[in-house]
Design a protein around this ligand. Structure first.
Ligand code: NAP
Ligand code: MG
Length: 501
C-alpha cells in the first residue's frame, strides 16, 4: 500500500494496523470474503493511491446477510433484549467511537479526502452523538390508547420495529451517514444490512468492529461492501428486506423506489439531492453573510446535499457580496486533508472531478461569468482531484448550472430586486432539501422560512445539524425525516390491538 502524506504527518498505529489487515465484510458476526472471491479497490482522492481491496458483494452475499439478519430478528437474543439493554449497547458504541476518534478521523481523511480538523471535530463526534441521542430513545418508543366508539372494546397501539432494514449511504460523510441510519434503526429494535459507498467503505468496516466490541449479537448489524450494482441493487430487490433507507442522488433514489415496487413493496425512505437557495438581503450583516455563504458553498468541497449552491443577493449589495465571496473563495487553502491549515480537500474521484469540470465549461459556454476559481489545481497536488472553489455570476435562472446539482465547489450568484420575485425564483427548482437567509429583519426571515419549499431553513447561519433536529427533503429531495423523534417513525410500524372487555 502506498501512502503519500504531507511532510511531518504520522498516522496512529491503530490506523496503520487497520489499513494493513485484509478487508472483509461483516455478516452474522463474522468477517467474510465475498462468496465469489471478488474485490474492488478504494482510493485516497488526495493522491489517487489505492488504500485497500474490499470484498465485492453480489446478490448471493446479500442473501447470506439477509438470512443472518432475519434469524437474528426472529430467533436471536436481540428481540429479547429490553429497551434499556439496547440503550446500553448504543451508548457503548458512542463511547468506543469517542475512544477511537483519532483513528476514525484519519480513516475518513484517507478514504474521503476531507480535512482532518473537519473529520475530527465534526464528523466523528457528531457520529457518536447520534448513537447517544438514540440510546436515549430506546426507552421512549410508545404506543397510544384509542377511545373507539364501539362498546366494550379497549384499543391500544404498539410501535414495533420494521424488521430487516437495508441502509444505503453515500461517500461524503462516510461514518456519520452510518450513524444517522444505524443508530435510530437499532434503537427501534430492527436488524440492519448496511452498504457504505464504494468510494468510502473503510470507516464503516471499522465501525463494524466497534459494534461487535460493544456487544451487538451476531446478525444484528451486517455490513456488505460493493458498488451500487450489484451490491446496492441486490439490497433494494431483496424479498427478505422490509425497509430500505437510502441517502444519495435523486436518480438512484428513483431506482430504489422502482425496485421496492417490483419486489416486496418494502418501505422506502429517501434523502436525495438538492440545489439549495441561500439568500442575502442588503440589511444583513454582510461580512457574516459572506462568511456563511463561503462555508455553505465550499465545505466538503461542495459535495454536500445541502450545499448552499444557488445564491440570491439583493441588488444593492450584489457587487459587495460577490467581491467578498470571490476573495474568501480565493483564500481557501485547497489541499490534502492532512495538510496544515487546509480548508477544502479533494473531489471524491476522477469521475466526479470530470463531471464538475464539465459543468464549469457548460456554465461558461452558456454565458455565466466565472468570478473565482474555475480550474483544477495542478503541480504539487498532482494525482489528487483538487478544484479551486468556483463562483459564477449570472442573471439567468434557466442555466443548467443553476438548475442541476453539481455536487462540487461551484456556486452561482444572481441579484434580485423584490420579495415576490425572490420567493418565486428560490422555489423554482425540482429540489427542496434546504434553504438559507441572511437578514436583520426578523419578520422577513420568518416569512421566507414559511414560503420557501424546503425541509430545513437556516436563518443567519447555514449547514447546522443536530441529532435532535429532524432533517429531510421536500419535492424531489426525498421523503421521510431522519434525526430527532421523526426518525423513530421511519424505523417503526404501528400495530393496533382490539381487546374485548
Ligand atoms: P449515489 O450514486 O446515488 O449513491 C448513493 C448510494 O447508492 C451509494 O452507496 C451507491 O453505491 C448506491 N447505489 C448506486 N446505484 C444503486 C442502485 N442501482 N441500487 C441501489 N443502490 C445504488 O450518490 P453518491 O454519488 O454516492 O452521492 C451523491 C448524491 O447523494 C448527491 O446527489 C447528494 O445530493 C446526495 N446526498 C444526499 C444527502 C441527503 O441527506 N439528502 C446526503 C448526502 C448526499 P456506490 O456509490 O457504491 O456505487
Ligand atoms: Mg476512497
Amino acid at each position: 500500500m502506498d501512502l503519500t502524506l504531507p511532510a511531518g504527518v504520522n498516522l496512529q498505529e491503530s490506523t496503520l494496523g487497520f489499513l494493513k489487515k485484509p478487508k472483509k465484510m461483516l455478516i452474522n458476526g463474522k468477517w467474510l470474503d465475498a462468496i465469489n472471491g471478488k474485490t474492488f479497490p478504494t482510493y485516497n482522492p488526495a493522491t489517487g493511491e489505492e488504500l485497500a481491496q474490499v470484498p465485492l458483494a453480489d446478490a448471493e452475499d446479500v442473501d447470506r446477510a439477509v438470512n443472518a439478519a432475519r434469524a437474528a430478528f426472529e430467533h436471536g437474543p436481540w428481540g429479547k433484549l429490553s429497551a434499556a439493554e439496547r440503550s446500553k449497547l448504543l451508548w457503548k458504541v458512542a463511547d468506543l467511537i469517542d475512544q477511537h476518534a483519532d483513528e476514525l478521523a484519519e480513516l475518513e481523511v484517507l478514504d474521503n479526502g476531507k480535512p482532518y480538523r473537519v473529520a475530527r471535530r465534526g464528523d466523528i463526534p457528531s457520529a457518536s452523538e447520534h448513537f447517544r441521542y438514540y440510546a436515549g430513545w430506546t426507552t421512549k418508543i410508545e404506543g397510544t390508547t384509542i377511545p373507539v366508539s364501539i362498546p366494550n372494546q379497549f384499543v391500544y397501539t404498539l410501535r414495533e420495529p420494521m424488521g430487516v432494514v437495508g441502509l444505503i449511504i453515500p461517500w461524503n460523510f462516510p461514518l456519520l451517514m452510518c450513524a444517522w441510519k444505524l443508530a435510530p434503526a437499532l434503537a427501534c429494535g430492527n436488524v440492519a444490512i448496511l452498504k457504505p459507498a464504494e468510494e468510502t467503505p473503510l470507516s464503516a468496516l471499522r465501525l463494524g468492529e466497534i459494534m461487535l466490541e460493544a456487544g451487538f449479537p451476531e446478525g444484528v448489524v451486517n455490513i456488505v461492501t460493493g458498488p451500487g450494482v450489484p451490491t446496492g441493487s441486490a439490497i433494494t430487490a431483496n424479498m427478505g428486506i422490509d425497509k430500505v433507507a437510502f441517502t444519495g442522488s435523486t436518480e438512484v433514489g428513483r431506482k430504489v423506489m422502482q425496485a421496492a415496487a417490483t419486489s416486496n413493496l418494502k418501505r422506502v425512505s429517501l434523502e436525495l439531492g438538492g440545489k439549495s437557495p441561500l439568500v442575502i438581503f442588503a440589511d444583513a450583516d454582510v461580512a457574516q453573510a459572506v462568511k456563511g455563504a463561503t462555508w455553505a458553498g465550499f465545505s466538503t468541497a461542495g459535495q454536500e446535499c445541502v450545499a448552499g449552491s444557488r445564491l440570491f443577493i439583493e441588488r444593492r449589495v450584489y457587487d459587495e457580496v460577490l467581491q467578498g465571496l470571490s476573495e474568501q473563495a480565493g483564500r481557501l487553502k485547497v489541499d490534502h486533508g492532512f495538510a496544515e491549515k487546509v480548508h477544502v480537500g479533494p473531489i471524491i474521484s476522477q469521475q466526479q472531478l470530470n463531471r464538475v469540470l464539465s459543468y464549469i465549461q457548460v456554465g461558461e459556454q452558456a454565458g455565466a461569468k466565472v468570478v473565482a476559481g474555475g480550474e483544477r489545481l495542478g503541480e504539487e497536488q498532482a494525482g489528487g482531484y483538487f478544484l479551486r472553489p468556483t463562483v459564477f455570476a449570472h442573471e439567468d435562472d434557466d442555466l443548467q448550472i443553476v438548475k442541476e446539482e453539481i455536487f462540487g465547489p461551484v456556486v452561482t450568484a444572481t441579484p434580485f430586486d423584490s420579495w415576490d420575485e425572490l420567493v418565486n425564483r428560490a422555489n423554482t427548482t425540482s429540489y427542496g432539501l434546504a434553504a438559507g437567509i441572511y437578514t436583520s429583519d426578523v419578520s422577513k426571515a420568518h416569512r421566507f422560512a414559511q414560503q420557501v419549499k424546503a425541509g430545513t431553513v437556516w436563518i443567519n447561519g447555514y449547514g447546522l445539524f443536530d441529532a435532535a433536529a429532524p432533517f429531510g427533503g421536500y419535492k424531489q429531495s426525498g421523503f421521510g425525516r431522519e434525526m430527532g423523534k421523526d426518525a423513530i417513525e421511519l424505523y417503526t410500524q404501528v400495530k393496533t390491538v382490539w381487546v374485548g372487555i
